[in-house]
Design a protein around this ligand. Sequence first.
Ligand code: GUN
Ligand code: ZN
Length: 449
Amino acid sequence: MKAFRASLLYFAASSAGEVGSAVYEKDGLLVIAPDDSGRQRVVAIGEYRAVLARYADLEPALLISHFPGRIIAPGFVDMHLHYPQLDVIGSPAEGLLPWLENYTFPHETRFSSPEYNAQAAEFFLGELLRNGVTTALAFASSHVASVDALLGQAQQRGMRVIAGKVLMDQNAPDGVRDQTEQSLRDSEALIARWHGVDRLGYAITPRFVPTSSAAQLAGAGELASRYPDVWIQSHVAENLDEVAWVRSLYPKARSYLDVYRQFGLLRPRAVYAHCIHLDSQDRDLMRQTGAAAAVCPTSNLFLGSGFFDFQAADQAGFLYGLASDVGGGTSFSPFHTMLAAYYVGREGQTKPGLSLKPAVLWWQHSAGAARALGLAGVVGNLLPGCEADFIVLNPCATPLLARKTTQAVSLDELLFSMIVLGDDRLVEATYIAGVPIRLNADSPPFQQE
Ligand code: GUN
Ligand code: ZN
């Protein structure tokens, strides 16, 4: 059993369809212990004295790490990003389709090589951890080697990562295009190799409608029905040229989203990035099927794709959470993503403009994202039973952050200061299953009480 004393940020349990309200304990205690299988989980959380009293008989043996002036929060959950697009970040283009053709597809061809993958996976997972992201749902490339490298290294680090081999058998160049039958056999073999092993998961990953034949989409849907607890990930309704392209490929379909329904690809644990150009029937379909949207605001602003309609999503009642979408997205930092989500919410020319509350933005990138992935009570929060993935934040990490956060008179002000001014410098340590991964060599040593 281990305990951590600091300020604590987490979310109260909430019923389906409701945002969990943020709980902040100025002087708090988090207690973790291994479960029967040896996995570290939260056993208690709350005000320092109150929690300590419950462990009074254990106190001499209870090892307490004290982080004065620091905030412990759940590790962030990134619902959608691309492992092979690390080096594609910041590649300007006229829009999604030229960006894919000129930068993304050529770059992803490199991921056929195990050597190339070995160093890229190490860097990629290091960036997630440095930024406080402890759970991710990631696209690999269309090469089996890319999944093996990413999940193999995530396993070594004890991380909860879900990934899948991209399916793309048409409208894509040599080097990333795969073959229909082989791609489906490869996906099934990868499910057997990785899904449910330690903390890893597999996601069936058709890139998007234009790059998969009808046979490949049907095969993906068939796999999804045989493996109901495997995830599905894809893209939908990101960009108007993309939407028009899908309409020309499936002129009889009611909508772009409806093509995925026809192929059996909408169900719980199906995660669709973007969901910008949807109509109300599409939004109802999302709710009815239990599919979730990964909202990718830095990507949508960078590629000029459009603005996710938070109000319409809430009215329809479908699941969604935040995601970086690296490398269309411009940052691994959940702080940058939450700030961009705030800007997208504010936009009021194409949809109603809202002022999203900072605790809601934070929830959408942690407990809310976990719920959308079907992982509520597992990650993204610090309630008893959750796995012990958490971060230690230093709200005084930069002079301006220190100036702002020490003046905050409410939780909203404190959280908003970190969302607006924060980046990887805020994240002093990331704990994976109770084990600290030190991030900054110059951060002060932890004090043991
Ligand atoms: N649509 C299909 N592939 C991609 C991709 O790699 N990134 C983004 N943002 N959209 C896509
Ligand atoms: Zn994407």
